[in-house]
Write a protein that binds this ligand. Structure first.
Ligand SMILES: Cc1cc2nc3c(=O)[nH]c(=O)nc-3n(C[C@H](O)[C@H](O)[C@H](O)COP(=O)(O)OP(=O)(O)OC[C@H]3O[C@@H](n4cnc5c(N)ncnc54)[C@H](O)[C@@H]3O)c2cc1C
Ligand code: SF4
Length: 326
């Protein structure tokens, strides 16, 4: 690891000042420090956000405001979250390990980088790490890679769980930066790779996530299904988040988001439109999967994700519509 300076911001304003002076933000450090050890990230100056006063969960109108420094463990344990937005607690608890969740934060989780093995191997071509060098994954070992939203430049997934639940819950990311405050719907926060895979999200230089706002709870059935190689401590191969309400035997409202399937947390309103107003059936779930996966493209080792996503969607919808419980 290269030498670096570390400052502690005592307030959000101070953190913004350090960022303006060229520092890189560090929160839990569970992703950034690994990247620094491998010299994939080489910041000369870090500013720790841990004392910057962004660690509260509070009511925000009819919704909830989760500070950027709230740890994943505290967020998942919060009674308001567990009662009104259980999808979020379930998704967080499906991720990482207790030790990591005790350190990892809301803001850091949103900004975590891909787990593509070639991104972490500096001897390999990777447009995300080294723009213009190529993409070793396209012809390489791409079992964990995306089948939706890919580009010629990059096929990596955004790997996290929390953001997938937040997408189904229609969260808003609150930021402060040199251009002032912004409220960014989470559906617009992560960027598909396009021609510029080095950029994972819409944050500008010097911009800080201050909080995430969840809108008022829907009261729907909320389920997070994560399919992975091990039952714990593994990233998703495919995940499905659903928030669904039934009325008189029909699906009255449905929000669906998918993780590790696309290059960004994935939501497709056309899939929800297939389901809304209909009585649940295997044929209906198959039709929804067909719409979801109509543009899916595998790269060899990850071809299995296409039928896997169809099965995971059907199983999740089956649970949500039949039991009415997670
Ligand atoms: C072994 C292992 C297994 C894991 N398994 C899972 C899993 O199954 N599911 C899952 O979802 N995640 C998993 N993770 C990822 C983990 O959840 C993330 O590393 C963590 O959430 C990142 O949060 P952090 O606070 O530690 O971020 P940091 O490492 O401190 O920062 C990450 C990035 O975010 C930026 N950043 C941090 N806070 C802010 C802010 N407020 N505003 C702007 N930028 C900010 C930093 O500059 C940095 O670029 C795993 C990690 C490890 C090491
Ligand atoms: S998939 Fe993306 S992150 Fe992985 S090697 Fe290709 S460019 Fe790099």
């Amino acid at each position: 690891m290269r030498p670096f300076a570390l400052d502690h911001a005592a307030s959000t304003a101070e953190a913004l000042q350090f960022l303006d002076d060229g520092a890189t933000a560090i929160a839990g450090g569970t992703n950034l420090v690994d990247l620094m050890k491998l010299q994939i990230a080489t910041p000369e100056r870090l500013v720790s956000l841990r004392r910057s006063g962004l660690g509260d969960i509070a009511q925000d109108g009819e919704g909830l405001r989760i500070g950027a420094l709230v740890t994943n463990a505290d967020c998942a344990a919060d009674m308001q979250v567990r009662e009104n937005w259980p999808l979020l607690a379930k998704a967080i608890l499906a991720g990482a390990s207790p030790q990591l969740r005790n350190r990892a934060t809301t803001g850091g989780n949103l900004c975590q980088r891909t787990r593509c093995g070639y991104f972490y191997d500096t001897s390999q071509a990777c447009n995300k790490r080294d723009p213009g060098s190529g993409c070793a994954a396209r012809e390489g070992f791409n079992r964990i890679h995306a089948v939706l939203g890919t580009s010629d430049a990059c096929i990596a997934t955004y790997p996290g769980d929390m953001a997938v639940a937040m997408l189904a819950l229609e969260a808003v990311v609150l930021t402060q930066g040199p251009s002032g405050e912004r409220e960014i719907p989470i559906a617009q926060f992560h960027l598909p790779p396009g021609d510029d895979p080095a950029r994972d999200n819409v944050l500008e230089a010097g911009e800080l996530i201050t909080a995430v706002r969840l809108p008022a709870p829907t009261g729907g059935v909320q389920i997070y299904r994560k399919v992975r190689d091990r039952a714990s401590y593994a990233f998703a191969l495919v995940s499905v988040a659903v928030d669904l309400t039934m009325n008189e035997g029909r699906i009255a409202r449905c929000a669906l988001a998918f993780g590790s399937l696309g290059t960004v947390p994935w939501r497709d309103p056309a899939v929800e439109q297939v389901l809304i107003g209909e009585a649940p059936s295997s044929a209906l779930f198959a039709k929804a999967a067909e719409v979801l996966l109509k543009d899916a493209q595998g790269f060899g080792a990850n071809d299995f994700k296409i039928p896997l996503a169809a099965r995971a969607l059907a199983a999740t919808l089956n649970d949500a519509t039949r039991t009415g419980k997670a």
